[in-house]
Design a protein around this ligand. Structure first.
Ligand code: ADP
Length: 259
């Protein structure tokens, strides 16, 4: 199968960055950024030197999720100093625009911004750079694969058919770009009531497991729909940081250990 191809793709490696792992989804709103933020914090908790490049041009949410604000400084007008929280060195396309400025990027601008984030940001020495991709199969994905040495991709999906259909397209794109698929993560797998612990399969059950099996890619985790996860992400301290002993945080830690 093409997705078993071990060779990473893309041009030259970025000096100092050991591995680049993209977190992708076919559809928006499936929790891709939440997964990316928690994986980054979990990697940091493992003692890995980790960076987060938030390339989700349509809804950059890493500054909010990782609790950072302010403008990245550029003392010499060339190099950009990233921000840092929870042991994660981060830069977001959202920090290069105003909060309420609608992002209507044209192709070349997009490439320029992405290129800047890859080459002008002083990432320092990193074991892993996580890239939070926009949903879908567009320009950013293509540019990234052309400009950077992508070592692997993690595809996040909910169990719903519509989301799975788009996730499949995403996996297909990575196969075409010869980016190895590390695995899929099922998010909002079941709903766990924060009051009584009752578990309900809001978006159906088993969809991603079956899809992963069909595509021959590993299922890395099943993350439930849980109020604590939303409160944590939206409050600027991902659950891996704010409730490290919870089952949800442990699930992310387990994935991070395997990376
Ligand atoms: P995407 O990056 O795919 O657009 P987000 O990570 O921004 O999705 O998630 C969309 C919303 O859903 C956010 O408010 C987030 O906090 C919430 N969310 C994501 N995953 C979960 C989960 N497992 N349980 C509860 N809320 C979640």
């Amino acid at each position: 199968k093409p997705n078993r191809k071990p060779e990473p793709t893309g041009p030259e490696k970025i000096p100092g960055i050991d591995r680049i792992i993209a977190v992708a989804s076919g559809k928006g709103g499936v929790g891709k950024s939440t997964v990316a933020a928690n994986l980054a914090c979990a990697l940091a908790a493992e003692g890995r030197r980790v960076g987060m490049l938030d390339a989700d041009v349509y809804g950059p949410s890493q500054p909010r999720m990782l609790g950072v604000s302010g403008r990245p400084q550029s003392p010499d007008g060339k190099l950009i100093l990233p921000l840092r929280n929870y042991g994660v060195t981060m830069m977001s396309i959202g920090l290069m625009t105003n909060d309420d400025q609608a992002v209507v990027w044209r192709g070349p601008m997009l490439m320029g911004a992405l290129q800047q984030m890859l080459s002008q940001v002083q990432w320092g020495a990193l074991d892993v750079l996580i890239v939070d991709l926009p949903p879908g199969t567009g320009d950013v994905q293509m540019t990234l694969a052309q400009k950077a040495h992508l070592d692997g991709a993690i595809v996040v999906s909910t169990p719903q058919d519509v989301a799975l259909l788009d996730a499949r397209k995403g996996i297909d794109m990575f196969n075409q770009m010869k980016t190895p698929i590390i695995g899929m993560i099922e998010n909002m797998s079941t709903h766990i009531c924060s009051n009584c612990g009752f578990e309900e399969h809001v978006f159906g059950h088993g969809g991603v497991v079956a899809e992963a099996e069909k595509l021959g890619v590993p299922l890395l985790a099943e993350i439930p729909l849980h109020l604590d996860i939303r409160l944590a992400s939206d409050g600027g301290a991902p659950i891996v940081v704010s409730k490290p002993d919870s089952a949800q945080a442990q699930a992310f830690r387990k994935v991070a250990k395997s990376l």
